[in-house]
Design a protein around this ligand. Structure first.
Ligand code: ADP
Ligand code: MG
Length: 483
């Protein structure tokens, strides 16, 4: 009896997954769906926890950052007995942080050299050579690469005050015959267009100069490939592959892993390319100096070219992006709705785009129902509720100033008196703890640079241990801010 129930539960789950897939395809489009969601399979379902399996660690991480929230939401709506969704890697290569040390062991226990990316390990499998013809290719060589997104082009990138410098630098690199700054280092917090610009550069190069040899990959893929090469004693081919490119692009450099042989290898590859006048382009979520776990000599090479950040969007840019995306999706977006979204969804462009996709999907499901403000508020209610709950730096400054009986102006001022300086450090500390803003972003709100913020955070971390009263004050502030 129990077994029957289990079998029927499994069936239900499979059917539900089918329905969910349909919905995800509508929301995210066929390209994204085929690249990232189609390869997922439903795993065990126990005690309310549902496992979803991805074929590689890279893919799992991508799905977790880009699609997990949405997948969980839809499951919950479909089946209330599902309490949690767990994303796992089928072949056991799961944790990016343990890659450097544990991967070697795991690889050595795999029976054939087929496993890491589902592709063989001869030297031809190294290159994630990006090109138009490979963009839709899901065969061996690109199985691990993030496929190029055909929509991530310069034409589709909306330029505003906060990203114009990054855009100009990316264009310059893409168009230049001679290298003018090397490397180009792009950084910003998540969802502000780094990957979009990286792909745009490749599309541009491939269109105008198809013979140029471009490798685009994430730092995580670089690590995997290097570890794999070490394991199979194939480092010569690895070096050859990477050192013979014209353009090397490494996305999400913060995942380069901790210091060690991989970084050492990267350092040499990087240096040799730069010396030969080959272009290197890197993106990360922090500036080179703020990157953790990266060797000093590598950091100092990384700042040797042009370092550009993309700042959080402003209202005007969000409006332009919404218009552009609506046009690309072929939907009519009333100005009132666009204004509402641009005011509410400020954290990053990915979320903004996500909200638009949900509205579009909803309207399409209801046979082209007109998009209105009411409908938008209804469709996005969960998202909006969680945004309303999010703490901002402005709010933190206001509450901290009130709590310590000083003004926000004083908090932002350059006064060093303890009565002002300590609350300022507390505010910086709370901003780091309670928001996803980077150190430079927090610094800007206090008219300070990122090192001051870093120092403040450390200082408070130390003081909390010794100073009971301060610890309590911070706890009270945290509670008021989180409510
Ligand atoms: P990052 O790599 O910085 O995390 P992405 O490049 O993945 O961010 O951008 C997230 C989403 O936002 C993508 O769909 C991208 O197309 C979109 N996006 C970001 N900035 C812009 C922009 N200025 N114009 C158009 N789309 C943008
Ligand atoms: Mg990215």
């Amino acid at each position: 009896m129990a077994e029957e129930a289990l079998v029927s539960e499994e069936r239900t789950v499979d059917t539900q997954w089918g329905l969910i897939c349909n919905q995800l395809k509508t929301e995210f489009g066929a390209t994204a769906f085929d690249s990232w969601l189609k390869p997922l399979t439903v795993g065990d379902f126990n005690n309310g926890v549902m496992n979803i399996c991805a074929p590689t660690a890279f893919m799992k991480n991508w799905v977790v950052t880009h699609y997990a929230d949405r997948i969980s939401k839809i499951w919950e709506q479909q089946n209330s007995s599902i309490k949690k969704i767990n994303f796992i890697v089928q072949n056991g290569l799961s944790d990016r942080r343990s890659v450097d040390t544990s991967l070697l062991k795991k690889i050595s226990s795999t029976p054939t050299p087929q496993n890491i990316y589902g592709c063989s390990i001869n030297s031809s499998s190294f290159g994630l050579v990006a090109g138009a013809s490979l963009a839709n290719d899901t065969s061996r060589n690109t199985a691990a690469a993030s496929p190029l997104n055909p929509n991530y082009t310069f034409e589709n990138f909306v330029v505003g005050k906060t990203n114009e410098f990054a855009y100009a630098a990316a264009r310059k690199v893409a168009e230049a015959k001679n290298v003018s700054f090397n490397p180009l280092f792009l950084y910003s917090s998540v969802g502000l267009g780094k990957t979009h610009l990286m792909h745009s550069i490749i599309w541009h190069i491939k269109k105008n100069d198809p013979n140029r040899n471009v490798i685009y990959l994430t730092a995580e893929q670089f690590v995997y490939k290097f570890v794999k090469a070490l394991r199979y004693k194939d480092t010569a081919a690895f070096k050859e592959q990477f050192r013979s490119v014209d353009v090397l692009m490494v996305d999400d450099f913060q995942f380069m892993g901790n210091k060690g042989t991989t970084q050492e290898e990267f350092f040499h590859t990087f240096s040799s390319l730069v010396e030969e006048g080959k272009q290197v382009i890197i993106s990360a979520d922090k500036s080179p100096t703020d990157l953790e776990g990266i060797e000093e000599r590598l950091k100092s090479r990384l700042v040797g070219g042009l370092v550009v950040d993309i700042m959080p969007t402003d209202f005007d840019l969000r409006m332009s992006i919404l218009q552009k995306k609506a046009e690309l999706m072929g939907i009519e977006l009333p100005v009132k709705v666009a204004e509402f979204l641009a005011q509410k969804i400020t954290a990053n462009v990915r979320e903004l785009e996500g909200s638009l996709k949900r509205i579009a999907a909803h309207s399409q499901l209801l046979s082209g129902k007109e998009i209105t403000l009411d409908m938008t508020q209804d469709v996005l209610k969960d998202m909006l509720r969680s945004i309303d709950r999010k703490t901002t730096i402005d709010e933190i400054q206001k509450k901290v100033a009130e709590h310590f009986n000083i003004s926000v102006k004083e908090l932002q001022s350059s006064r060093r008196a303890r009565t002002v300086a300590r609350p300022r450090q507390v505010a910086m500390y709370l901003a780091k703890q309670l928001t996803s803003r980077s150190l430079p972003e927090i610094g800007r709100k206090f008219e300070r640079d990122h090192t001051t913020v870093m120092h403040a955070v450390r200082k408070i971390e130390e003081l909390i241990i010794e100073d009971q009263t301060l610890a309590e004050n911070i706890e009270i502030l945290r509670r008021t801010l989180e409510n």
